[in-house]
Every structure is written in structure tokens, then in C-alpha cells.
Ligand binder design. Structure first.
Ligand code: GRF
Length: 205
């Protein structure tokens, strides 16, 4: 099948790279948007010949104006699914409502524990023995929507934040593309806030 994905990223874009490198999902990536001109993610897109757009918040009067331009850009590119990959801005309700159940986020902790911008550091500092990665649909609350995939990552006695971060990123790079693919292929069934992700052969996974 064919699909058009936009990936929104503010930083290094290793998750974007993993999506671009995925044999099924990679070719769907049509547009990369960043809020930072120095985001390595923009270069990664251009290296693959994917359209890369900077939307600099400084150029907009307020968040609503920014979000309106973002929705215009996504619509102009006929985007089906929006994938957040380290995008450090909260999307306002106009964006979320423009793509209902079609925006996906990855968070480096086991939600609902440790939401926010510092999920790895917060889990480490709390002293939990297990943290992990969550992929979820985006709703109007931060790090809150229906969960598509989760994987646990143990915190080892020998870990520092850096080593934990590395293992979390490895898991992220493995689990994000299959979850995005399930959204694109219409294999996510919602019962309230509970998401059932059907396997490719039609079984509940
Ligand atoms: C990832 O840890 C992701 O979970 C979080 O932001 C980070 C982005 O890293 N939302 P990268 O830019 O993909 O390397």
C-alpha cells in the first residue's frame, strides 16, 4: 500500500533515521518538519531526498498561528499520518483534531510513569528498576493517548543515564516503525482508550 507520512523532529533524529531505514515505512516518509534550524533530523531527510521544512516558532505570533501553519503544511502535502520523533513542542488541539487517531508519539519511559521532556533522567533519578519505551496515539493531553506498544528496559546497577539512554534508544529504533505501520494499515482498533493492535495476519497482538 501507499501512504504519506510526516515526521516531526527537533533533534538528532535517530528515530527518524530508523523509520527511513525501515523497508516498508521508509518509503512512506514524505515530509520532515522541525522547529529548529540546526536539527540533524533535517539533514537526515535531505540526505534521503525527503522534503525537509523548518517551521521556526520565532516567525509566528503565538502557538495557534504556528499550529495553523503546521496543519496547512501537512494538508498541502496530503499527509495521512503524523509521526512525532523527538518533537519538543506540544501540539495544540487544532493539530490533534485535524488528524484524529493519526498522530503517533514515542516516549522514553513506560507511560503513564515519567511523562514529560526528561523521561529517562526522571526514571533513573527515581530509582525504578524497570523503565522502557512507549509508543502511543496522541490526544489533547501530553504523553497520554492510547498505547500501541511498550517494551520494558531494566535499569542495571552498573547503569548511568548515558548507558540507560543507549539501551532505550535501541528499543525505540526497533519498535517504532512496526507500530507506525499498524496505524497506517488500519490495524489499530480502539475500545475507549485501550488500543488493540492487530498482527499483520489479523490476530490480536
Ligand atoms: C527519543 O528518546 C524519543 O523517545 C523522545 O525524543 C528522543 C528523540 O531522539 N520523544 P532522536 O532525535 O530520535 O534521536
Amino acid at each position: 500500500m501507499d501512504a504519506r507520512l510526516a515526521v516531526l523532529a527537533s533533534g538528532t533524529g535517530t528515530n527518524l533515521q530508523a523509520l527511513l531505514d525501515h523497508p516498508v515505512v521508509g518509503p512512506w516518509v514524505t515530509l520532515v518538519v522541525s522547529d529548529r534550524g540546526d536539527a540533524r533530523a533535517l539533514e537526515r531527510a535531505r540526505e534521503r531526498g525527503v522534503r525537509a521544512e523548518l517551521l521556526d516558532p520565532a516567525a509566528f505570533a503565538d502557538r495557534a498561528a504556528y499550529d495553523a501553519r503546521l496543519v496547512d503544511l501537512l494538508r498541502a502535502n496530503a499527509i495521512d499520518v503524523v509521526v512525532l520523533a523527538g518533537f519538543m513542542r506540544i501540539l495544540g488541539p487544532e493539530v490533534v483534531r485535524a488528524f484524529p487517531e493519526r498522530i503517533v508519539n514515542i516516549h522514553p519511559a513506560l507511560l503513564p510513569s515519567f511523562p514529560g521532556a526528561h523521561g529517562i533522567e526522571d526514571a533513573f533519578a527515581w530509582g525504578v528498576k524497570v523503565t522502557g519505551v512507549t509508543v502511543h496515539l496522541v490526544d489533547e493531553e501530553m504523553d497520554h493517548g492510547p498505547i500501541l506498544a511498550q517494551e520494558a528496559v531494566p535499569i542495571l546497577p552498573t547503569d548511568d543515564v548515558g548507558s540507560l539512554e543507549q539501551r532505550i534508544h535501541q528499543v525505540e529504533h526497533r519498535i517504532y516503525a512496526p507500530a507506525v505501520r499498524a496505524v497506517v494499515e488500519g490495524r489499530v482498533k480502539l475500545q475507549g482508550r485501550v488500543a488493540h493492535v492487530l498482527e499483520e495476519d489479523g490476530n490480536d497482538g
